[in-house]
Design a protein around this ligand. Structure first.
Ligand SMILES: [Zn+2]
Length: 93
């Protein structure tokens, strides 16, 4: 019956991996939504009408069909968030 133990162990490990990955992506999506609203997920600094606390930097232009690498940086606490986005451009058909 040793094989059953291995299968149970394997399933537990698999469940943990899926759980952590899911949480990781949920946190990432939550952070990104917050950053797009001008709020830092780390220190909670908020942008107002005149001044943005989130700096947006395009690292790598993915072109018309590709995905671009962008970096959001909070100017208050200096924390950076890396994200990959599809940026639509008027010049692309
Ligand atoms: Zn911050």
């Amino acid at each position: 019956m040793e094989w059953l133990l291995y299968i149970v162990f394997f399933l537990i490990v698999l469940f943990c991996i899926v759980f952590f990955l899911k949480k990781h992506y949920e946190d990432k999506a939550k952070n990104l939504a917050s950053l797009k609203n001008g709020i830092c997920p780390n220190c909670g600094a908020k942008s107002d009408k005149d001044e943005s606390v989130i700096e947006y930097k395009l690292l790598n232009n993915g072109g018309c069909s590709g995905v671009s690498d962008v970096l959001y940086t909070c100017i208050k606490c200096d924390k950076s968030y890396f994200a990959q986005e599809r940026i639509s451009r008027p010049s692309c058909g």
